[in-house]
Design a binder for this molecule. Sequence first.
Ligand SMILES: NC(=O)C1=CN([C@@H]2O[C@H](COP(=O)(O)OP(=O)(O)OC[C@H]3O[C@@H](n4cnc5c(N)ncnc54)[C@H](O)[C@@H]3O)[C@@H](O)[C@H]2O)C=CC1
Ligand SMILES: O=C(O)[C@@H]1CCC=N1
Length: 270
Amino acid sequence: MKIVFLGGGNMANALIGGMVKQGFAATDIDVIDLGAEARAKLAASYGVTCHAGAETAPASPDILVLAVKPQQMKEAVAPLAGKLGNALVISIAAGLDMAALSRWLGGHRTIVRCMPNTPALIGAGITGLCARPEVSAEQRAAADRVLKAVGTTVWIDDEAKIDGVTAISGSGPAYVFLFIEALQQAAAELGFTPEQGRQLAIETVHGAAALAALSSEPASTLRERVTSKGGTTEAALKVMAEKGVKEGIVAGCKAAEARGQELGKILGAG
Ligand SMILES: NC(=O)C1=CN([C@@H]2O[C@H](COP(=O)(O)OP(=O)(O)OC[C@H]3O[C@@H](n4cnc5c(N)ncnc54)[C@H](O)[C@@H]3O)[C@@H](O)[C@H]2O)C=CC1
Ligand SMILES: O=C(O)[C@@H]1CCC=N1
């Protein structure tokens, strides 16, 4: 099985790292990246073969992973248009729909669009995937194996919902990091050292997420159990509700979804 990555940045590193750890052979993986630094890093870290352009990369691989920025995609795939045979194309790009990708690839049909996230770097990612009807059961299983190498996979029937996946779990780690930053800022203002604040904040998020994952109860019940009548948590949540924290998060997710749709419209029109 020959797998070529177009783009060797953050997400490609996370995916390739996970795949090699899960037993994909580094000799089966090639990467095309314009950047000499990106190529050197990938070759040194994982032993994969890197190329500065599509000309030297294997023609019609089994899988082509599109891992450049959405704004770079049209130009990046142009040299591959019409040359991919029956390759399975897996796009991880935000916003871009499969119709635009198919057009830019000269009418290529076997495409899976997916949205992973950066915890993939430590094998703790979550990826939403959607396949065009032309994708065979074997190709679907192959896409699932690639993304399962870096975490959990969720298949979605309706491609339009991939922008929603982007809004919740693709961009989601940034919201959680913002929350950690806020806890650390509060810890500093309450007189803790940066190291103490880091430990208190990160272990809280880590522990609460693990508890929520293991519990059969909804998050709201777990929250209520922390919240004693007339106690400290109640005081905190009252202020957070007044500040619109929850509404802000929900509105932010909707803005992320809208931006994905907008990117798709603007970039996909070309
Ligand atoms: N960063 C994130 O949290 C997530 C990003 N994504 C998606 O993953 C994709 C890649 O994102 P990152 O890895 O963060 O970007 P990145 O900027 O780290 O990597 C992109 C790489 O593509 C290379 N490149 C640019 N034009 C090229 C071309 N014409 N030919 C070959 N290589 C070229 C660049 O040199 C760079 O190394 C994006 O489409 C993004 O929407 C998806 C999920 C999460
Ligand atoms: O911010 C972005 O556009 C990308 C997609 C999901 C996470 N990062």
